[in-house]
Design a protein around this ligand. Structure first.
Ligand code: SER
Length: 587
């Protein structure tokens, strides 16, 4: 069975057993306390605490999903037999519906009957000072004929909370053998019995100011890595021999060493999924993770003299095969490919020089490594690897410390310059930290007004602004609209905006009474409270009528040609009845 067939079988099995199949959530979570989505249960956190109602949203107390997941903590391990950054997590969930008996019985039946695999052994929670031993799970496994039941502790078989607080509880894990006879953890079944009002670190550290509270509706959260499951089901020796990675390996030259093949394949695959969810390469947060993935792969391309078109073929391979299920890959295909090439262009300019510098050095410490990163964009992993013996004392930890030191320094520098604020502009909607950024966000801001006017022309006047956030990289605009905006409509919006840009309309600013502004038809954002006198920005058409007129605090360009070419890069659902559109401007 291919990985795709296993995924289908899993979802069908749980659907037939009363679960509502829910699509994967984005890799960028709503929960601001986590950088990327690392587990299937994340999108369901509020159902365990019942701050959201599962019956209302799923018409069932149980759901199942295949969730896009990304674990940054594993980046440095990729290349060995088992680690991946991006992976798919299959999971079934119960929010106060079934509990231990059904959850373990489902898992047992799916593995042994549906997939026909042998269970090697299972683990249960051995108990701790605060939580009793999980005897109930032991009895259930025993009744199903599983005899090898091992006890483990808090570090291994106790889940959560994720982020700064959340549901948590003991887990039971299921192990199978791969082709080398090694035991591989396949399935983690979590019994969310408690809520902990702090982080996992605090819980494990034994913080005394906070304690576990029983959840009113005990729940089940299970997670099974699809790639690992495919490894034991296809009986391969490691995770990279499963069908979905082999199709990528087949595109790489045979003579490339296997570790390099693994890293390139993992990183490009992860890159595709991050790009499809709207992440763009940058120097912070998720953008920095994406940049590391792409640049490390690109460094291998350079070192091994690989064909420039090769990685694009690999990206397309991922888009075409995984895009059948994760349709956002297909609908964002052009953006993914374009963003990849832009990052490649930015990086390859300095990469050769950076590698030259690195080769000249006899030994390299964290300060030197950071200098290479800062001046040439060389990724830590490449410095460590190419540096060989000379980079012996260099560790990720020391490098990260240097990185943080530098970030603090540049923040402090910016604060001094801008009177302690760090930003020269922060209206809530617009943010810029220096004059360069200010120019860019001003152009994006004007483009946002034009986009709103164009959206209303294309989708109708009932469209209203629901939010807006502009950074130097992009504008993000939320609008009330209750279905997906089609490609064709988005293109028309782009065309209208670019036409206005071309025609170089003049932007005027005037002070009016609130009544007068509304009477003239100026748009305003419903959430805000306005003073008696307001500022109105208009983009005046040649016939003297405004193309766009909005209440706004500025700043804006004076003529629309300053904006440059406008492009919509993403359109997605933001919440019920609200769509989110992201756009950029180019020189
Ligand atoms: N949340 C658990 C995990 O990620 C089970 O889904 O392993």
């Amino acid at each position: 069975m291919t990985a795709r067939e296993i995924r289908t079988k899993f979802l069908e099995y749980f659907e037939k057993n009363g679960h509502t199949v829910v699509p994967s959530s984005s890799l960028l979570p709503d929960d601001p306390s986590v950088l990327l989505t690392t587990a299937g249960m994340q999108q369901f956190k509020s159902y365990y605490t019942r701050s959201a109602d599962p019956m209302r949203d799923f018409k069932s107390l149980s759901t199942a999903s295949a969730q896009k997941s990304f674990r940054t903590s594993d980046i440095d391990e990729v290349g060995d037999d088992t680690h991946l950054t991006f992976f798919e997590m299959l999971g079934n969930f119960s929010f106060g519906g079934y509990f231990k008996k059904e959850a373990i019985t489902f898992a047992h039946e799916f593995i042994t009957k549906e997939l026909g695999l042998d269970i090697s052994y299972v683990t249960i929670f051995e108990g701790s000072r605060t939580v009793p031993k999980d005897e109930e799970s032991r009895e259930i496994w025993k009744s199903l004929g599983v005899s090898d039941i091992r006890e483990e502790g808090m570090d291994d078989v106790f889940w959560g909370p994720t982020g700064s607080s959340g549901p948590c509880g003991p887990t039971t894990e299921l192990y199978c053998k791969n082709a080398t006879g090694e035991d591989v953890e396949i399935w983690n079944i979590v019994f969310n019995e408690f809520f902990y009002p702090g982080s996992r670190e605090e819980l494990l550290g034994g913080s005394t100011s906070k304690s576990l509270e029983p959840l009113e509706y005990p729940g089940v959260d299970t997670g099974m890595g699809l790639e690992r499951l495919a490894m034991v089901s296809q009986q391969t020796k490691n995770i990279f021999e499963i069908d979905s990675f082999q199709t990528l390996f087949n595109l790489l030259p045979d003579e490339l060493d296997v570790r390099t093949k693994r890293i390139i394949s993992d990183h490009l695959r992860g890159g595709v999924f991050l790009l499809a969810d709207g992440v763009r390469p940058s120097n912070k947060e998720a953008g920095y993770i994406l940049r590391r993935l792409l640049r490390r792969a690109l460094a291998y391309e350079e070192i091994n003299n690989l064909e420039a078109s090769l990685f694009e073929s690999m990206l397309l391979q991922v888009i075409n095969t995984e895009g059948e299920f994760y349709t956002e890959l297909k609908s964002n295909k052009n953006e993914i490919i374009n963003e990849y090439w832009s990052e490649r262009e930015r990086f390859t300019k300095t990469l050769k020089r950076g590698l030259g510098e690195l080769n000249k050095l006899e030994s390299i410490d964290a300060v030197g490594a950071f200098r290479l990163y800062e001046s040439f964009g060389l990724p830590f992993e490449i410095i460590k690897e190419i540096g060989g013996e000379g980079a012996h004392g260099l560790s990720r930890e020391l490098f990260d410390k240097e990185f943080e030191k530098h970030q603090k320094k540049s923040r402090a520098g910016a604060e001094k310059k801008f009177g302690g604020h760090g930003l020269i502009l922060n209206t809530g909607e617009l943010k810029a930290k220096d004059t360069e950024e200010l120019k860019k966000v001003t152009r994006l801001h004007s483009a946002t007004h034009l986009m709103q006017a164009a959206l209303r022309k294309v989708l109708g006047d009932s469209v209203e602004q629901r939010g807006s956030d502009i950074t130097v990289e992009r504008t993000r605009f939320d609008l009330s609209f209750d279905r997906k905006i089609t490609k064709e409509e988005l293109r028309r919006v782009e065309d209208i905006v670019n036409d206005v840009v071309e025609r170089d309309l003049t932007v005027t600013e005037e002070e009016l009474s609130f009544e007068e502004a509304i009477r003239r038809g100026a748009l305003h954002f419903f959430k805000e409270k306005y003073p008696e006198h307001v500022r109105v920005y208009s983009f005046m058409d040649k016939d003297g009528k405004p193309f766009s007129m909005e209440l706004c605090g500025g700043p804006h360009v004076t003529h629309t040609q300053e904006i440059g070419k406008f492009r919509i890069i993403k359109e997605e659902a933001s919440s019920a009845g609200v769509r989110r559109v992201r756009g950029t401007v180019e020189p």
